[in-house]
Design a protein around this ligand. Sequence first.
Ligand code: ZN
Length: 437
Amino acid sequence: MSAAKWSVESPSDLGRELHGWVRDLYPLNRSLTGPGVRATLDWLSSVLEGAPERHEVPTGTPVLDWTVPDEWTVREAWIADPDGRRVVDFAEHNLHLVGYSTPYSGRLSLEQLRPHLHSLPEEPDLIPYRTSYYGATWGFCLPHRQLEALPEGEYEVMIDVDLGPGSLSYADLLIPGRSDQEVLVSAHTCHPSLANDNLSGLAVSVALARHLLAQDACELSYRFVWAPGTIGALTWLARNREETAKIRGGLVLACLGIGDWHYKRSRPGDATVDRAVAHVLRHSGESFALRDFIPWGYDERQYGSPGFNLAVGQFSATPHGEFAEYHTSADDPDLVDPERLAGAVQRLLETFEVLEGESRWRNLSPYGEPQLGRRGLYGSLGGSGGRERELALLWVLNQSDGVASLLDIAERAGIPFARVRWAAEELETAGLLERLG
Ligand code: ZN
């Protein structure tokens, strides 16, 4: 297995490219359904050269305890003030329209209009992000400063939207490995012009898929799911119930563009994926935090509902709701740090490397320490790092009793997984170690 398989060749180039994707996707009006989601999936298919499978699930389809909703398409939406000037216009920013607003056209006094207007008094220059997926209503979002300055008088409101039977769009991709055991990577596709919350996860997941597609077959199979939050994951689970038995672990990716790494453990909490991410972060030299599972956040709570109980954790930088720009117009592409995006790809590839290499071995010469010199293993230890490599060989020999795994050994020894894996392979070549089932 080559080291290049699990590393980013040029982080600065990759960071720039991913940031370009975030900029390109930013203007699309994504939602649970509709043309903005399809355009996002078109983009995804083009980057991944048609590899993902596209799915359209009709409105009304039952998915677990839920139902696929109506499809939402916006043609135009605006408010004109008493002088006829368009003061709020969806064409200028798609956060201006509450997601899933119902059609409306009419004239209203400011007092009648007010309950339909949403702003953030504590952030008076930002447009908030609001949706009303399951309550039939309409509304607009605008900066509080602008709302406060609206004069009395009669306003004209136009919301030209379709909200009716259609379908929910999602994409998935299975990259088969030698084993049918799968690693799941999931990112939501339902946020409109918001960069860190949503597009960072999309960009990083697509970069991971592209990287894996370009390699020789991996040990494990990798399954990517790109679907709207909650209802999309539920739809995928409902349609792939059998497949989920193969998922050994997985990650929901979101908010990867700013701040320190955060990993929220899966519902099981001590699965290999949980230990692998923690191990990678511990050896990354970067700041990070580990948190326990809570049934709140992104789709890890669907994958980790008790019926499925999949070991799916959530990997992010500063998590949702914990950065000031969250769910506002300030979450724009300028907020997202290209270096973080490339860094996330690197950390996740390292996590995959651990998942791929995790295995148990048995020392075939367990009575006393075998002579390494006689087998040419000291010969390979010259130069820098010789001492560390020797120690790795000794740790693997000492701990390989058929019970401890390579990750157990790496953790106990405080040695990066890749070195422990290297030691196991060297010892196998020398006839001192045997891999167990
Ligand atoms: Zn969000």
